[in-house]
Design a protein around this ligand. Structure first.
Ligand code: 13P
Length: 262
């Protein structure tokens, strides 16, 4: 039986306007009552972070506020960027790092990703580090090599103690927003390989304590099977996180998977 608390993130990406974001947050706050069984964070776009945070706080919600990105320097001449202190100032306590859209659309590399991981842990933020292979890498049997590589680079210099604030999100790039989900067995195999890599980088204690989320076309219809796998500890949700009923159903599934013997 896993002692890990299931964890679900809702990555809203570049979607929703301000009133839609606040409306979604208040519906989620009303519907999510399983904070003891599952952890939840939503990641709105920058301009709405504060409003969404206020909507969650107004309802005393257990849902945490997270940011989709930031820049690791404390301040200065970095036009267009947002610092960790600014995020904390508007109530964010979690950051996403290394999402495949930032790696492959915006062009972030492993060195920058590692700098972001180190800076956010230093700042006391919780981190979700995203990793995942592209379809051509999967077809070339490089899935585990790519994921363990991204893991090792991303976590360079992170101590075993700091790992208590790190969650890994495995998001196969070919499954994101495509409707194609990894089979639960394929996802489990990769999650198991990632956990082995954590044991190699740290030790069995850290490997067993670290949550590994699955992301990529996760929906209410496939969440139960995915979350029932021994090494899948919840999900990072894109499209389905924009619909309150879908995201709440996924959160409920995660809560129900808590303590289920694997
Ligand atoms: P989808 O759930 O839309 O496939 O997105 C997954 C994702 O990228 C979450 O970060």
């Amino acid at each position: 039986m896993s002692a890990r608390k299931p964890y679900v993130g809702g990555n809203w990406k570049m979607n929703l306007n301000g009133s839609q974001a606040v409306d979604l947050a208040s519906k989620l706050a009303d519907g999510f009552t399983a904070g003891d069984q599952a952890q939840a964070t939503v990641f709105p776009a920058f301009p709405y972070l504060e409003k969404v945070g206020q909507a969650l706080t107004a309802k005393n919600s257990a849902i945490q506020l997270g940011a989709q990105d930031f820049y690791h320097q404390p301040n200065g001449a970095f036009t267009g960027e947002v610092s960790l202190d600014m995020l904390k100032d508007v109530g964010a306590s979690v950051v996403l790092i290394g999402h495949s859209e930032r790696r492959h659309v915006i062009g972030e590399n492993d060195i920058l990703i590692n700098e972001k991981v180190l800076a956010s842990l230093e700042a006391g933020m919780e981190v979700i580090l995203c990793i995942g292979e592209k379809i051509e890498q999967r077809e070339a049997n490089q899935t585990d090599a790519i994921n363990t590589g991204q893991l090792g680079y991303g976590l360079a210099g992170v101590s075993g103690e700091q790992m208590a604030k790190v969650t890994i999100a495995y998001e196969p790039v070919w499954a994101i927003g495509t409707g194609k989900t990894a089979t639960s067995q394929d996802a489990q195999n990769t999650h198991q390989a990632v956990r082995r890599a954590l044991a190699f980088l740290y030790n069995d204690g850290v490997a067993n304590a670290t949550r590994i989320q699955y992301g990529g076309s996760c929906k209410p219809t496939n969440a139960a099977e995915l979350f029932a796998q021994a090494d899948i500890d919840g999900g990072l949700i894109g499209g389905a996180a924009l619909k309150p009923e879908d995201f709440l159903a996924i959160l409920q599934t995660a809560a129900e998977s808590a303590g289920v013997p694997a």
